[in-house]
Design a protein around this ligand. Structure first.
Ligand SMILES: Cc1cc2nc3c(=O)[nH]c(=O)nc-3n(C[C@H](O)[C@H](O)[C@H](O)COP(=O)(O)OP(=O)(O)OC[C@H]3O[C@@H](n4cnc5c(N)ncnc54)[C@H](O)[C@@H]3O)c2cc1C
Ligand code: FES
Length: 277
């Protein structure tokens, strides 16, 4: 974990509410894994006092060496509003890379990736990292969902890396009308992946977990719990374990969990051997 004061390389508005910020970083970030995150706070601002968590969206490289990371964020409150006003050269307090990240086994040939709303950043990092690192890019289908077409992020990025994309919006303004969980259920009746990875609101993760379990497909989910410290000190990011009613902490034990590890829905844990991977 590295704490450093970094500089804004760029801060671009990509939709009404969504921005992409580039930040220079320590070479240690070359080890960062998809699903890991950073805690950011704009220096020279008295409020908010606490850093805010953001997933790493991509790494910025020059001549093959990492020189920065990019974060994609949606403006929802004070911290993100202040971040959105940052200009090139402004200073940010950055702590990271934090958390565990996704773990894709070598025998995974087909992956379904699901992202709801601003759940896109870790899922794009996962897909692009797999494309870069695996000789034979594993077959990757991406499901993007949002309330309206304005809440869909990252479609162009997934297109650029050649992923097959399925889209659903609650109001039908883009893609199929409905939830991506409905698209997933439909797709699973024709074709089953070896694994499902997802990030988005808890309600979405519950439905994905339930669909994965009913098909015996391993599933990892990145949870969006509130975080104050990001390093296991405040115990504010507790996630209930499924087995013994104790707690895991999203910032150190997660944010990526095997859905059989955590209490997403009221069902008993299944034996791991029931899953294909
Ligand atoms: C591991 C992790 C990775 C994240 N990655 C990203 C990312 O890549 N891009 C991005 O835009 N956001 C991401 N988030 C959410 C982001 O941290 C919050 O949107 C941000 O902290 C809000 O700060 P704020 O001061 O603007 O809003 P606040 O004033 O703190 O809150 C404004 C509103 O947002 C809600 N909110 C705050 N934090 C969260 C949260 N974690 N989940 C759901 N609702 C929240 C509050 O309940 C409130 O309604 C991530 C969160 C976690 C835990
Ligand atoms: S955010 Fe403080 S313990 Fe996780």
């Amino acid at each position: 974990m590295i704490q450093e004061n970094v500089q804004v390389l760029w801060n671009k508005q990509v939709t009404d509410s969504c921005f992409r910020i580039g930040l220079n970083c320590n070479p240690g970030y070359s080890e960062a894994r998809p699903g890991q995150f950073v805690m950011l706070r704009v220096l020279d601002q008295l409020t908010p006092l606490l850093r805010r968590p953001f997933s790493i969206f991509s790494s910025i490289k020059e001549e093959g060496r990492i020189i920065g990371i990019e974060v994609m964020y949606k403006v929802v409150g004070q911290g993100t509003e202040i971040l959105s006003a940052c200009k090139k050269g402004d200073a940010i307090d950055m702590l990271g890379p934090l958390g565990n990240g996704f773990r894709i086994p070598d025998n995974c040939d087909r992956l379904f990736i699901l992202a709801g709303g601003i759940g896109v950043p870790p899922m794009y990092f996962l897909a692009s990292d797999l494309k870069e690192k695996s000789k034979n890019f594993l077959e990757c289908e991406v499901f993007l969902g949002g309330r309206t077409k304005e809440d869909l992020f990252g479609e162009d990025d997934f297109e650029k890396i050649g992923a097959t994309i399925h889209i659903a919006t609650d109001d039908g303004s883009k893609g199929e009308k409905g939830f991506i969980t409905d698209l997933l259920k439909k797709r699973l009746t024709d074709s089953e992946p070896d694994m499902i990875c997802a990030c988005g609101p808890m309600e979405m993760l519950k439905k994905i977990g339930s669909a994965a379990r009913s098909h015996g497909i391993a599933c990892q989910a990145s949870v969006e719990t509130m975080m104050a410290c990001g390093m296991g000190a405040c115990l504010g990011c507790a996630v209930e374990r499924k087995d013994d009613k104790q707690y895991l902490h999203a910032c150190v034990d997660g944010p990526v969990f095997n859905i059989e590890q955590i209490k997403l829905f009221d069902q008993e844990p299944l034996d791991d051997s029931l899953f294909k991977i």
